[in-house]
Design a protein around this ligand. Structure first.
Ligand SMILES: Cc1ncc(COP(=O)(O)O)c(C=O)c1O
Length: 387
């Protein structure tokens, strides 16, 4: 299938239309081998030596992501964290990096603790304000600007095209964690980003049964070659079955994301006027600070993630989560089942997340059931949950 000829939804549904050469099966076989035959004359003409970084199990998933992100090449990793940290490990001690103050918490912690000890000079800013980025970048010194948009768990939206312009003018590259936007809604590489990252654990796989990460590059570069080397040497690779499951998951990416977006809009609009909710944070609401930028760079929806701030503070928020029946109380996001999480509890001391905030990952259930469940949980208010 020529990716230039078909819409992204068609590319995803058929996983690029790959057919197994040997059997003509329309689903690629699972490649379990860890090693490959050397030719009698001591060459490796197949191009494959060892499965740590040359596993054919990666090929189809990587090709599908590259096509959906309109990039040059992709790499699968053992997790979103393995993918994200590989980008920073490809930098050199002393390099200046700019990252968001509010972003996926584990990566922020890793940057603040490990990456800083390792020699990166990491500066955290409000990445939703392009003026702050202009002030933070140091021409010739800043090597990388890391963006997450919309960003966990307040869903702040960063103007990708404007930020890429600012970073590039200073000689810095831009990497975007686009996990929440998904390639269905935004293609950061077409807006100027150099690398796009996904916690494929979330929407790309979509069924809460695979941990995986991906990076896609706009073009070949020194940084990309270093990242490839890091994956090969450190070996944070995905297992073949997980790669196969990820390819299967991506076949339904478009209908899943569209359903999640429709559900999230309905939930956001319904609870924006609810007396027990102080605020609904969702890029799709016109009153949300980043709405105009989101409307410009997200196409076909505003994502399946939103947060609500419950009147009554932390106790009321935790009691509301406890009283939910259909929404599952669990961390993570982007699966077909709806999840709720009291985010401050998992992030712990020092989190910028308000204590009254519940993060909602909208799945593909009937939205009236999701709304009714949240209504009844809020109505029970501060009553302790039944054991
Ligand atoms: C936006 C975002 N980026 C990165 C990650 C890390 O992905 P993983 O859990 O696969 O390491 C997560 C996980 O929650 C995430 O939500």
């Amino acid at each position: 299938m020529n990716p230039d000829q078909f819409h992204p939804a068609s590319i995803a549904a058929q996983a690029l239309g790959w057919v197994d050469d040997k059997t003509k099966a329309i689903v690629e076989p699972l490649h379990m081998s860890t090693t490959y035959i050397r030719d009698p004359d001591n060459q490796y003409r197949s191009g494959r030596v060892y499965a740590r970084d040359q596993n054919p199990a990666f090929d189809q998933a990587e090709a599908v992501i590259t096509a959906l992100e309109r990039g040059h090449a992709s790499l699968l990793f053992a997790s979103g964290m393995a993918a994200a940290t590989a980008v920073f490990q490809a930098l050199s001690p002393g390099d200046h990096v700019v990252a968001p103050k509010v972003m996926y918490w584990s990566l922020r912690n890793w940057l603040a603790e490990f990456a800083t000890r390792w020699g990166l000079r990491v500066e955290f800013i409000d990445m939703t304000e392009t003026d702050e980025l202009s002030r933070a970048v140091q021409p010739g010194r800043t090597r990388l600007v890391w963006i997450e948009s919309p960003a966990n768990p307040m869903w702040g939206v960063t103007d990708l095209a404007a930020s890429c312009g600012i970073a590039h003018a200073a000689g810095a590259m831009v990497a975007v964690d686009s996990t929440v936007a998904t390639p269905v809604l935004t293609q950061p590489l077409t807006l100027g980003a150099d690398i796009v990252m996904h916690a494929a654990t979330k929407y790309l796989n979509g069924h809460s049964d695979v941990i995986a990460g991906t990076l896609t590059t706009r073009e070949d570069s020194v940084l990309w070659q270093r990242i490839k080397g890091i994956r090969a040497q450190i070996g944070g690779v995905l297992g073949p079955f997980e790669a196969w499951l990820l390819t299967r998951g991506m076949r339904t990416l478009f209908p899943r994301v569209r359903a999640a977006c429709a559900g999230a809009v309905a939930v956001a609009e319904h609870f924006a006027r609810h007396p027990q909710i102080a605020e609904v944070l969702y890029p799709g609401l016109p009153a949300f600070k980043g709405h105009a930028v989101a409307a410009m760079q997200m196409h076909g929806g505003f994502g399946g993630m939103l947060s609500i701030r419950v009147r009554g503070g932390e106790t009321a928020a935790i009691a509301t989560a406890a009283n939910l029946e259909l929404w599952k109380r669990a961390t993570s996001l982007g699966g077909v089942e709806s999840l709720v999480e009291h985010r401050a509890s998992i992030e712990g001391p020092g989190t910028p997340v308000p204590a009254d905030l519940l993060r909602l990952s909208v799945g593909i259930e009937d939205v009236s059931d999701l709304i009714a469940d949240l209504e009844q949980a809020l109505d029970k208010g501060h009553l302790p949950a039944a054991a």
